[in-house]
Structure formats: C-alpha cells, structure tokens
Design a protein around this ligand. Structure first.
Ligand code: SF4
Length: 216
C-alpha cells in the first residue's frame, strides 16, 4: 500500500503540527530564559502570573490558573520564597487563608520572565495588520473551544463573560463588540483573554454569544 504523502495530510493535522512547533519554541525559550535567571520555567510562570494579576493569589488559584498540580506549585513557591521573590500574607478576603504576592525583587524578576516569549511578538511583526487580527480572533476561538472540552483551565475571556455583547449585523474583523462593564466598543483585536472585570455567563447565554460571534 502506498504511504501517505505530506500533501495528503489533513489540515487539522497540519494545524496541530504547526502549533506543536510553536509550543517547542516557547518551551525552549522558557528554559533558556529561566536558566539565565536561575529559575525554572514553572517558577517564571508563577512570577508572571502574579505580575499580570497584580493582586495576591492563593496557591489553589495559581494551580488552577496555570494548570499545575498543588504539589508542583507548592514546591516552586517554597523556592521562590527562599530566593526572596514572593511572600505569603493573610488573604484580604479571608483572614484564615494565605495569599502570595511579589516582593520588589520578585517584580523585577517577573518583568524579565514575562519577556521570555517576546520572540513571538517579534515574529508576529512579519504579519500584516489584518492577518494579525484574524490570527488573534482564531486563537481566541480555539482557546474558547479547548476550554469547553476541559483542555485548558477556565479563562477570564470576553466570549464567556456576562458583560459581552458580540457585534451583530456587521461582518468582518472591524465589527464592533460591546462591553457592558467597561462601557466600551472594540473590534476583534480588543477581545480579552484575561480580564479583571470578567463575570462568567450562564451556558445558554454563552451558546447564544458564540452563535452571533461566529457570524460576525
Ligand atoms: S468585562 Fe472584560 S471580559 Fe467581560 S466583556 Fe468586558 S472586556 Fe470582556
């Protein structure tokens, strides 16, 4: 029997192969950056998560958000504490619980760690404006679809937010969506993946939004 030629591979297979290569590049840059900073990629990920949230986080929240086990987070956090990059304080919302926050040195280390994936930002400069927006929209849809299957932790993204009103009636990347929380209009390039104002919409609303969004 003749073997399958590369041209006979299905498009979903090629998309997967492309994404795997991006994943390999991300992992290799993370290891490189981490080695230079005397950290592990997991420690860098925790620092950048704390930096991006700008509020103290409990260990359980970090584990859920980064899709890591509690044991892995606990071990990484102990090392970060020993290095003086994070500190535990009483959680402002629950005095019995502890929350983690960055120290001043931790903030500097987190800013450096957040630059490890900058090679992707540089690579995306090779795309035209329309291609970039289209790629971002596609990625948002892909992440939402993976979230629905439990392949990524729940994201604080517009597509699942009770405040999101997708553009209706207008087609194309310039279609204007609306956020009822921040009271702003924005096109696909403004869709959020991790937003502090996010509030989970019920599933019936999410299904309706997805239908409208797909038509815009
Ligand atoms: S609150 Fe944030 S996530 Fe929700 S619709 Fe507005 S911008 Fe999007």
């Amino acid at each position: 029997m003749a073997t399958q030629t590369p041209l006979e591979e299905t498009l979903p297979k090629r998309i997967t192969a492309g994404l795997l290569r991006v994943g390999t590049a991300l992992r290799s840059h993370a290891w490189e950056g981490a080695a230079l900073a005397g950290l592990t990629p997991t420690q860098g990920e925790i620092l950048t998560l704390l930096l991006s949230r700008s509020v103290p986080m409990r260990l359980g929240e970090i584990a859920a958000d980064a899709a890591l086990t509690s044991a892995t987070v606990s071990e990484a956090v102990s090392t970060l504490e020993t290095k003086g990059l994070v500190e535990k304080r009483r959680d402002a919302n629950d005095g019995r619980a502890l929350a983690l926050r960055l120290t001043a040195r931790g903030k500097t280390a987190a800013k450096r760690a957040s630059q490890w994936p900058d090679f992707l930002t540089v690579a995306s400069d090779a795309l035209g404006d329309k291609e970039r927006v289209q790629l971002y929209r596609t990625m948002v849809k892909l992440i939402y679809s993976m979230q629905g299957r439990g392949d990524v932790p729940p994201q604080r993204m517009c597509l699942s937010c009770a405040h999101f009103e997708p553009a209706s009636g207008t087609r194309g990347a310039a279609a204007q969506h609306h956020c009822n929380y921040y009271k702003i209009n924005y096109d696909d390039s403004g869709l959020r993946l991790d937003c502090a104002g996010h509030e989970e919409a019920d599933m019936a609303t999410q299904r309706k939004v997805w239908k409208i969004f797909n038509k815009s």
